[in-house]
Design a protein around this ligand. Structure first.
Ligand code: ZN
Length: 188
């Protein structure tokens, strides 16, 4: 029987903050043999480190900083078994097509992303990414009020001058009963 060319996969790990998405990504990255794995983080994500993907619990993995999804294609060599992309919501509209191309090259592509946003709305490019994904894994946090499963981000500080500023300390996970949209106009 003729061997079929390797076909990769796209997996989206989504949920609210503090759901353990990055912890799960780091676990996958670490389980992959060195030299067959590559990780990317967006330049906007400078909360803990400019060179590593870092989880809230301080675990980390070296990553390449990129500004646009298309840059990822320039930094893969084609032999990677696993490509990890953290905080997919920071990327541009080309992310779904970039992930599709990486998977077509045979890689297992794992993308973490906030989903939904702080207003409870979907990110358009993440909806498209989920549509091309082979697997969508939703992770849950514990509601900061009642402890029940939470999939919403509650902003606990005001938005300043139309900018969403502040790190994780500005948000807490809430269940749908304890979540309310921020009063400020929606920022896409
Ligand atoms: Zn609750």
């Amino acid at each position: 029987m003729a061997s079929r060319p390797a076909r990769g996969t796209v997996e989206v790990i989504c949920g609210c903050m503090f759901a353990g998405k990055t912890v799960e990504l780091l676990r996958r990255l670490r389980a992959c043999p060195e030299g067959q794995v590559r990780a990317f983080k967006h330049r906007r994500d400078d909360r803990y480190s400019e060179t590593d993907i870092v989880s809230h619990n301080g675990d980390r993995f070296p990553a390449r900083l990129v500004t646009k999804a298309g840059e990822i294609l320039q930094h893969v060599q084609g032999h990677e078994a696993l490509i990890g992309i953290d905080e997919g919501h920071f990327y541009d509209a080309s992310l779904p097509d970039v992930c599709r191309q990486l998977a077509a090259g045979g890689a297992e592509v794992v993308v973490t992303t906030l989903d939904p946003d702080s207003w409870g709305r979907p990110f358009a490019h993440i909806e498209q990414l989920k549509a091309v994904a082979d697997r969508v894994t939703k992770m849950w946090a514990a509601c900061a009020v009642c402890g029940h499963p939470a999939d919403c981000n509650q902003r606990t500080t005001p938005i300043q001058d139309g900018n969403i500023v502040g790190g994780p300390e500005a948000f807490e996970p809430r269940c749908r009963a304890h979540w309310a949209a921020p009063p400020e106009p929606h920022i896409a």
